[in-house]
Design a protein around this ligand. Sequence first.
Ligand SMILES: [Zn+2]
Length: 242
Amino acid sequence: MREQIEILASLQNVDREIREKSGVKVVLLAEIQKKEEEIRTKCADIALFRAEWSEKDKQRQEKEQLLQEESKKATEKRMRMNRIKNIKELQALQREIDQIKLGNSQLEEEVIKLLEEAESYASALRAKEEELRQLEAAWREKQGEIEAQVAGIERAVAEASALRQAIATRLNRELIERYELIFSRRGGMAVVTVSDGICQGCYMNIPPQLWNEIIKSEKLILCPSCHRILYSKPTVPNDKQL
Ligand SMILES: [Zn+2]
């Protein structure tokens, strides 16, 4: 049993490496996803902003066109005045022209306001686009690094998995299954040593009778507290009892 458990301990070392590296990979992939999401959000924000700006610009164009049409009408009415002799008609026409002028000055103010708004939209848009450009440039560099890291992890995990398979062939199938169950339930630590009568998995005392059995190593001994597989390292002083 001792040899089997020692092989199991080396299998655990490999499994812990795979587990740790896989954990790092998950974190790195999450980082990529988060950054891509951030960039997508910024792009959507810019698109929305551009649509708002375009709506303002359309309003301005419509008002400018209306202004042109109204000015044309006023000019036509002024020309008609030259041909009219009746004073009342003239006064009526003048009133119409004044009305148009009043409306136009209001329109002009609105156009100026819209132009100013468009201006501030444009400068804000430029700032947003610049921010996005910098974010993307910085990210492209970082993304390359992260992807290389992920690729490195994948290679290391593939190597470790091959090693694990080789180690596993030397182990009893039932023992591996039992070990795997404990490994997944006990936070990636299934085989632990006992040092100074203390389980190194849960740091609880091991009863002396059990300790003797661990040293004999004739059968699989589990910690009474954490149910991990216990073994003693050949280097520990108590080994002289063997
Ligand atoms: Zn324990």
